[in-house]
Design a binder for this molecule. Structure first.
Ligand code: ATP
Ligand code: MG
Length: 246
């Protein structure tokens, strides 16, 4: 693993403005962090802490009011960099009349992948996420967990260097969670940089090299996972998490 920085936030501020009376609420307050190449970084925090907002800033879907967000050394949202990023949103949207194969084909074409590459890649990914048998079923017949698996597959279609995942285990059964842990573990071995939000501490514990804890828009703690999962001053990650947000 090289020490080069792949994801970086420098004193990010972001307010959300409500439609009612245009009231401004600070959502990110001076957030600074950096993720090295090949690192798996887990962002934890209570509901409403600002995790999804931060992720959207890194993707260029939201613009910070102040500060810098950089991915692969370029400002967030840079087109060339977006081609090297995979993204699973918190609430992915699927065209329900398409089949899983057709959906992956559509996403791959957005990355300008060739038809031949896409046939192989989508077959491989559907197999990896356990949807090979259902590849030709329309998505309105998919369960929530099946859609989440497809969401993971689409995030990997372009063989990304950097992967952003917003609650990747959400809605998955224990088998699905185990499958996704395996997929992410394999990507980590391959050197993919992974940044994800999660509330599922055992998964975070197993997958991450390092964690950050966001509370009320502030990054209140950062640590190597090995320092907070059983050894040292904390019984486990849950105890560490609770001590940081209370
Ligand atoms: N579209 C929006 N318009 C206005 N405020 C928003 C919007 N989306 C989120 N917020 C506010 O921003 C804050 C942070 O929301 P965010 O979705 O980033 O939290 P989160 O940490 O991802 O929470 P969760 O764990 O529930 O997914 C919350 O106070 C929320 O009410
Ligand atoms: Mg969220």
């Amino acid at each position: 693993m090289t020490a080069s920085c792949v994801i970086e936030a420098r004193e990010l501020f972001k307010d959300r403005v409500s439609s009612f009376l245009l009231k401004r609420t600070p959502v990110l307050q001076s957030v600074s962090l950096s993720v090295r190449e090949g690192e798996t970084y887990g962002l934890l925090g209570p509901n409403g802490a600002g995790k999804t907002t931060l992720l959207k800033v890194f993707l260029g879907l939201l613009r910070a009011d102040r500060g810098d967000a950089l991915v692969l050394g370029k400002p967030a949202g840079d087109r060339e960099v977006l081609g090297q990023i995979g993204f699973l949103p918190e609430n992915p949207y699927f065209y329900s009349h398409l089949t899983a194969s057709e959906f992956l084909f559509l996403i791959g074409r957005l990355f300008a992948m060739s038809k031949n590459d896409l046939i192989d890649r989508s077959r491989h990914l559907l197999d990896v996420v356990g949807l090979a048998q259902d590849a030709d079923k329309p998505l309105h017949k998919y369960s929530k967990g099946m859609l989440q698996r497809l969401g993971i597959a689409q995030a990997l279609i372009n063989n990304p260097r950097v992967l952003f995942l917003d609650e990747p285990m959400s809605g998955l059964d224990p088998i699905g969670r185990k499958d996704v842990r395996k997929i992410l573990g394999d990507l980590r071995e391959k050197g993919t940089t992974i940044f994800f939000n999660s509330h599922l501490l055992p998964d975070v514990n197993e997958l991450c090299d390092r964690i950050g804890i966001l509370n009320c828009g502030k990054l209140v703690a950062e640590n190597e996972i090995k320092n907070v999962s059983g050894s040292g001053d904390y019984r486990d990650l849950e105890e560490y998490f609770l001590s940081c947000v209370n």
